[in-house]
Design a protein around this ligand. Structure first.
Ligand SMILES: [Zn+2]
Length: 425
């Protein structure tokens, strides 16, 4: 078993789901401290400097530049230590299976075989005769994003073992609660010191993504007037109905279940209520900023229309922007995309980029001034018991990261494509 595989399995065995019902606290679950401690010990062991676990389970560390690269910008690498909460994750039993083609079988749970197939995952066909890591089917694996954590630390171990490898100063961060949208908010960017960086949190190997949704969340509340239904004519205002009317005014085909690629949507994530009181949470997603703003306006108009129709201010709307497409923050620093693609190619992997239908920690960081595309970590079928990570991808991602940091050890590499305005800034 290679070192990165051993490392990954050790992290995966520590169940550390985040908890959306406890999002006010960071970390949202104490188990994230358990991974944080193990990860921090490993960083010390491989020789990282200023290794720190703070009171919010953020693990940070630095790695000094190789000789001659001391004056170049510090490169950041991030991954997250929590796993998704949508699937049971406690305890996690990772196993390595030899994939012989056909179904990839995790195990049997309550008389039902947990498996995935090349039909669901066409890329699986490229791994016949190879080892794949999955669980026994009773939990998710947590390759999202412990694969990213293991790959980054293994890359540092590689730098430690071979001092001839060039690299700039490197800042690493392993952060909690990514799955509940926390977005590395508490990372002190000044202390961390990176000029730009990458999250290693993507899916199939070769990914370098730098487009995310623009995102807004709207809370709609309705206050009705309850009257005996037999004598309600002209008097009753049904709060739950009011919310349903709003939903009916939104374009029916622009919902998550009907959209893909660059198509945005409205998503009534939660609705509850009665005659007297009702509430709903509607999220809006769109890659295009102008169309995102238009969607927000459409929702607002729908609320106004229903209020006008009811002849009262039954509905109130509280809308806030959650994050924006990081593309505009990354594109002035084309080298981030070009160097990542070149690193993949140097390792025999075809790079690709796709608009992420969600947000990433990197998106938040980009808007805080640290441009940060997302690289593949290799987790497939994340957020469920059918998750798996191919051993070859784990190992190749370490090679890719070693190659990538090497490209930032030369001024040409670090600043190639850096636009004049960005350099001046
Ligand atoms: Zn992730």
């Amino acid at each position: 078993m290679s070192d990165v595989v051993r490392r990954f399995i050790r992290y995966a065995e520590i169940a550390s789901m985040s908890d959306p019902d406890n999002e006010r606290q960071t970390p949202s679950t104490p188990s994230q401290f358990d991974v944080a401690e193990v990860v921090a010990n490993d960083l010390v062991e491989v020789g990282a400097e200023d290794v720190r676990v703070d009171e919010h389970a953020y693990v940070t560390a630095h790695w000094p530049a190789s000789p001659g690269a001391e004056d170049l910008p510090c490169l950041g690498l991030l991954a997250h230590i929590d796993t998704a909460w949508q699937a049971e994750d406690n305890p996690v039993h990772p196993q390595i299976v030899r994939y012989e083609g056909g179904d990839l079988v995790m195990g049997e749970v309550d008389g039902r075989v947990v498996k995935t197939s090349p039909k669901d995952n066409p890329t699986l066909q490229g791994y016949v005769g190879e080892d794949i890591i999955c669980t026994d089917g009773t939990s998710l694996l947590g390759g999202d994003d412990k694969a990213g954590v293991a790959e980054i630390i293994e890359m540092l171990a590689r730098l430690a073992a071979d001092p001839s490898l060039p690299h700039p100063r490197i800042a690493v961060a392993f952060v909690p609660d990514e799955e509940i949208g926390h977005g590395a908010d508490l990372l002190d960017l000044d202390a961390w010191g990176a000029t730009w960086g990458y999250t290693v949190d993507g899916g199939y190997i070769g990914e370098c993504s730098y487009e995310t949704f623009n995102a807004a969340e709207a809370k709609i509340t309705a206050l009705g007037a309850a009257v005996h239904p037999g004598y309600a004519k002209g008097l009753m205002v049904n709060a739950a109905e009011a919310i349903m009317k709003v939903n009916a005014l939104l374009p029916a085909k622009e919902r998550p279940e009907y959209t893909e690629g660059r198509e945005g949507y409205y998503f009534m994530e939660r609705m509850e209520g009665s005659v007297e009181k009702a509430s709903a949470v509607c999220i809006i997603r769109d890659h295009d900023r102008a169309s995102f703003e238009k969607r927000k306006q459409t929702l607002k108009s729908a609320v106004d229309t229903v209020n006008a129709e009811l002849g009262c201010e039954c509905l109130t709307l509280a809308m806030r922007d959650q994050y924006y497409n990081m593309r505009e923050g990354v594109e002035p620093h084309r080298h981030l995309i070009e160097n990542a693609c070149a690193a993949f190619e140097a390792c025999g992997i075809e790079p690709y980029s796709e608009p992420v239908r969600g947000g990433t920690d990197g998106g938040h960081l980009t808007f805080r001034g640290l441009p940060c595309p997302n690289l593949s970590a290799g987790s497939m079928n994340p957020h469920g018991p059918k998750e798996y990570v191919a051993v070859r991808d784990l190992e190749t991602m370490v090679d890719v990261l070693v190659d990538l940091v090497g490209r930032y050890a030369h001024a040409q590499g670090a600043l190639a494509g850096e636009s004049e305005s960005a350099q001046a800034a």
